[in-house]
Design a protein around this ligand. Structure first.
Ligand code: ATP
Ligand code: MG
Length: 187
């Protein structure tokens, strides 16, 4: 089924109120919920761009799919993986700054309808990046652009600035009973 340009025009940029959305909390589901939102947006012929701040060497199902997905959906990943693995602040910060350089450019260019900054809340909470820098770019983005920020520990300033904040709260996780991360579930 093809989406016609008429259907895309049901939601013209001129009539959109771009939102800042935040998925945070210690429960699983933030990145996968972001991918769900991307799926919905792509259905309306929107263009989606995702920058992953901390996922560099991890091959994930979504990244594999995005490389041959017949829709305008790009995922660009940076960094070494999770901080508790590397524990090398300077190295990780370099990856974060590279990711932010791309994210800033994408937001300023205004070519995409939905921009996802995956794990940026965590990055901000650990002071790899300053909220003022990110907030300033969000503030000056095109009025129709939606931006989704994911990651644990969203700082107060992010929560105050956002239009929507959802907290994923862990009630149970298989890691708690020693079950390791699995393909298709964790990555
Ligand atoms: P997902 O990518 O599955 O939606 P997430 O984005 O909410 O998860 P992150 O904070 O990015 O979670 O953490 C990445 C990994 O940590 C995921 O593989 C996830 O399963 C795992 N994880 C998330 N929450 C918990 C938890 N409460 N206990 C243990 N591991 C967790
Ligand atoms: Mg995540």
């Amino acid at each position: 089924m093809n989406i016609s340009p008429q259907e895309y025009s049901l939601s013209p940029r001129s009539s959109r109120k771009g939102l800042v959305l935040v998925y945070t909390g210690n429960g699983k589901g933030k990145t996968t919920a972001a991918l769900g939102l991307a799926f919905r947006a792509l259905g309306w012929n929107w263009s989606v761009f995702m920058v992953q701040f901390l996922k560099g060497k991890w091959n994930t199902g979504e990244r594999i799919l995005a490389t041959h997905f017949p829709f305008p959906f790009e995922i660009h990943s940076f960094g070494e993986g999770f901080t508790w693995e590397t524990r090398d602040f300077e190295r990780e910060r370099a990856g974060v700054l590279e990711a932010w350089t791309l994210a800033e450019q994408v937001i300023r260019n205004g070519d995409h309808d939905l921009v996802i900054l995956d794990e940026i809340n965590y990055v901000l909470s650990r002071n790899y990046l300053e909220w003022n820098t990110v907030g300033n770019v969000l503030h000056n983005r095109p009025t129709w652009m939606h931006v989704l920020l994911t990651g644990q520990d969203a700082p107060k300033a992010v929560i105050e600035y956002a239009d929507l904040v959802t907290e994923m709260r862990s009630i149970k996780h298989p890691f708690d009973t020693g079950i390791k991360g699995q393909h298709g579930i964790e990555f």
